[in-house]
Design a protein around this ligand. Structure first.
Ligand code: GLU
Ligand code: MG
Length: 459
């Protein structure tokens, strides 16, 4: 944050603060997402917004090594009581929170007191990777899907679904019509462009998907949308969980992301001579993402509980393969209908969940895709069956591997991944690995039911 940058952000914040006040805003929530995917916050009165856009809000760097249960681990490059960072709310992304009257929200970029970019700041990292791709003439459009379950307040921390009406059933929409309308209205009023909302498979489960945008905006949208769902749910006295697994024997909550690669207004995911019409670049980008998926799991599936979600035949994408409209493949090619393919074709990464820091996860995906472009990585043969229906020997013969089955395996793949290591830098890699090992140690020796119970209400 240079002197010129401070002045620019102050002026932009001055430019919006009047409108925020007219809309009744009293306070601004300034958030960042920690290494383990929890959204952390500081808040300021609205009149301080221009000042803090320029000079930031003080926050300890120790949050980089927080665990989901708020305990703190010691990293080699992060942690400890000493030091201060500045949270600079992005004045171009501030929105009023319709579900929280009197509140606005802005995502922060984290700098040090001298204006140096914090090397562990996930949003700045994602910005840098977007810029690096842009230098090569590429842009990526990303759109998240998010799933959550709604529970009734229960005496203990059990999950009691608010509805057991059928999966995808209209009865579920009828039963929760006011709530779902309020979610959609609040999102619209907060500037979030919703593609669709529907009841999902598990009891009390719903899903929202968003229009594709620039990756930083997509991650911002995911943050504000989840907190909006949380706020509307609280107003209806319902408990909400975005955790990857909420009940041991039920389908979990995914956090899938759709990606397309663009150059000069043309979508590289269609109109080419490759499989299903992928262009060569579209294939290479997708091949890069697929090839680095075991390592990417360490940023896309950040919790121990994440790996309990990844079961065969649960549409969670636990196999390291790709296929056209194959909901059991980690990478699903979504071609769209003829006539809109040029615009709509994309690939969906299905294995990730909402414990991901969306900025870190997209940064990893962009680094992997860019490496695929650079190295002209080709995709293996697409898979058009449920790999979970094959025997291990049949899967081996078909060259289909399962993705890491534990957080420890994902961390090992992550630490061994030179592409992600170069993009993230040694300090951030070490910090992420330290936090993940902390999560593993915090839940060591516990069975699945206890791991799920401890994770359920943290996300
Ligand atoms: N709930 C599934 C998951 O864990 C995803 C269902 C779907 O394909 O939307 O990812
Ligand atoms: Mg779904």
């Amino acid at each position: 944050m240079t002197a010129g940058g401070r002045e620019r952000w102050r002026r932009r914040a001055e430019g919006v603060v009047g409108e925020l006040r007219e809309r009744g805003v009293v306070a601004v929530a300034v958030t960042w997402v920690d290494t383990g995917g929890i959204v952390r916050v500081k808040t300021v009165p609205v009149q301080r917004f221009p000042h803090v856009a320029a000079w930031g809000i003080g926050a300890s760097p120790v949050f980089d090594v927080f665990l989901a249960d708020d305990s703190i681990v010691a990293g080699r490059y992060a942690g400890g009581p000493v030091g201060d960072l500045r949270l600079h709310p992005d004045p171009d992304r501030v929105v009023t929170l319709a579900a929280m009257p009197g509140w606005a929200w802005a995502p922060a970029d984290r700098y040090d007191q001298d204006g140096g970019a914090h090397p562990h700041d996930a949003r700045l990292l994602l910005r840098r990777l977007v810029a690096e791709l842009a230098e090569e003439g590429w842009s990526v459009r990303a759109g998240f899907e998010v799933e959550w379950v709604l529970g009734r307040p229960a005496a203990d921390d059990r999950f009691v679904p608010v509805t057991t009406a059928p999966a995808y059933g209209m009865a579920r929409v009828v039963g929760l019509a006011d709530y779902l309308r309020d979610v959609m209205a609040a999102l619209g009023d907060s500037g979030v462009s919703v593609d669709q909302v529907h009841p999902e498979y598990s009891a009390g489960q719903f899903e929202l998907s968003f229009a594709a945008t620039d990756p930083v905006e997509a991650a911002d949208t995911l943050v504000v949308a989840r907190e909006t769902v949380r706020a509307v749910s609280a107003a209806y006295d319902m408990r909400v969980s975005f955790a990857p697994k909420v009940v041991h024997d039920a389908v979990g909550n995914g956090g899938h992301v759709h990606l397309s690669l663009w150059r000069g207004g043309i979508n590289a995911m269609s109109g080419g001579a490759g499989p299903f019409g992928l262009t060569e670049a579209g294939e290479c980008f997708t091949g890069g993402v697929l090839g680095h998926l075991p390592a990417l799991m360490a940023v896309g599936c950040s919790s121990v509980a994440s790996y309990l979600r990844l079961e065969p035949s649960h549409w969670a994408g636990m196999f390291a393969c790709w296929g056209r409209e194959n909901r059991e493949a980690a990478v699903r090619y979504v071609g769209g209908c003829p006539g809109e393919r040029e615009r709509a074709a994309n690939v969906e990464v299905k294995c990730f969940d909402a414990t991901a820091n969306p900025y870190l996860m997209l940064a990893g995906v962009l680094a992997a895709g860019a490496a695929g472009l650079r190295d002209a990585v080709r995709l293996p043969a697409p898979v058009d069956i449920d790999p979970g229906a094959l025997t291990p020997a049949q899967r081996a013969a078909a060259g289909i591997d399962a993705l890491p089955g534990t957080l420890a395996e994902a961390v090992a793949a992550f630490e061994a991944d030179a592409v992600l290591g170069k993009a993230f830098g040694a300090g951030l890699v070490d910090t992420i690995a330290t936090v993940r090992r902390g999560e593993i140690a915090a839940l060591a020796g516990l069975g699945p039911a206890e791991i799920i119970a401890r994770t359920r209400w943290r996300y």
